[in-house]
Structure formats: structure tokens, C-alpha cells
Ligand binder design. Structure first.
Ligand code: AMP
Length: 177
């Protein structure tokens, strides 16, 4: 990724202070999504993190991970799997609870979403404490999936989220703050 591309992505991200709670600086990606060139560039840069590997499925994390995950899956011509907040998936699920930068959460996946040995890529907009990504990894591993890598648009490095994640899984963040 070039310095120019990095600056382009950064131009689409807006800091919203004290949202959703006092003390949180929310990284609002809606300006980036609203710009067709930036959205496409982001999708392409996400795909580059795979270094030519082709996953069987893309797993997107609720909710902004769905936006990028679906775009990546469509580009690669592979399936998309949602990891959702508790109570949203209608079929037989497996779930895990974890703590978030601003609260508690619980995510779920359909038990039939990933088969044993399937190669998957995990995608989300932002890595903060790593709780969400860690929970998603746990769910995919439980189903026997093989995680080729995970990628984020933004990493809040000061929260040291990577410390909560399996160091053997390849991780790329397009932007680090
Ligand atoms: P965490 O589990 O702490 O790594 O939090 C990651 C999840 O929470 C991601 O799905 C993000 O979309 C969301 N999130 C956490 N902190 C922020 C933030 N400062 N700005 C935007 N989204 C955030």
C-alpha cells in the first residue's frame, strides 16, 4: 500500500468524540463508504492482504465487517458468512461472550456456516481491544475452519488488541492509530 493510498483512506475517516460514550473517540467510516473510489480502494487493499491466497469464505463481523466482507467476497466470487450479535441468527448457532472497549457483548455464528478445513478470511472495520476478533476466531476454530488471515481497516494500536489474539494468525491493519 502506498503512502498516497494511506492518505486517501485516512481522508474518509472522521473522528467523533464521546460517541457512543464519554471518553470514546469513534472512528466513523461512513465518509469512506459514501465515496465510491475510496470504498473500492479499501476492498482492493483488503484483498491484497491475502497475498494471492484464495479463501473459501469471507467472515464479516457485525455490523461494519459485513460491508467490507460482502464486497470482498463478491470480488473474489466466494461465500460470505456473518458473525452476528446475540439473537440475530435464526438457525442453530454457537456463541461466545466477551468484553468490549465500551461494554459487554456476545457474538454467534451458524453451526453450519463453516465446514471442517474450510479456509476463511476474517474481516472487520476496526480492531480495538481485540475482544470481538478474538471471539470470532474462537467460533471459527470451534467449527474447524482454517483462518488464512484477518484484516481490519483500522487498528487502535494503543489498546493493544493484538495481545488478545492468536499470534499465529496473520493480521493486517490498513491504518494504525
Ligand atoms: P474490540 O472488540 O474492542 O476490538 O472492538 C471492536 C469492535 O467494536 C469493532 O466491531 C468496531 O466496529 C467497534 N469499535 C470499537 N471501538 C471503536 C471505535 N473507537 N470506533 C469505531 N468502532 C469501534
Amino acid at each position: 500500500m502506498t503512502e498516497e493510498q494511506k492518505q486517501q483512506l485516512e481522508s474518509g475517516i472522521r473522528d467523533v468524540v464521546d460517541f457512543p460514550k464519554p471518553g470514546i473517540v469513534f472512528k466513523d467510516i461512513t465518509p469512506l463508504l459514501a465515496n465510491g473510489d475510496l470504498f473500492r480502494l479499501t476492498t482492493e487493499l483488503f484483498i491484497e492482504t491475502l497475498n494471492g491466497q484464495v479463501p473459501d469464505k469471507i467472515i464479516g463481523i457485525d455490523a461494519r465487517g459485513f460491508i467490507f466482507g460482502a464486497a470482498i467476497a463478491d470480488r473474489l466470487g466466494v461465500g460470505f458468512i456473518p458473525v452476528r450479535k446475540k439473537g440475530k441468527l435464526p438457525w442453530d448457532t454457537t456463541g461466545v461472550a466477551y468484553s468490549l472497549e465500551y461494554g459487554e457483548a456476545h457474538v454467534e455464528i451458524h453451526r453450519d456456516a463453516v465446514s471442517e478445513g474450510e479456509k476463511v478470511m476474517l474481516v472487520d472495520d476496526l480492531l480495538a481491544t481485540g475482544g470481538t476478533a478474538g471471539a470470532a476466531i474462537k467460533l471459527v476454530k470451534e467449527l474447524g475452519g482454517d483462518i488464512l488471515g484477518m484484516a481490519f481497516l483500522i487498528e487502535l494500536a494503543f489498546l493493544e488488541g493484538q495481545k488478545n489474539l492468536d499470534p499465529d494468525i496473520d493480521l493486517t491493519s490498513l491504518l494504525t492509530y
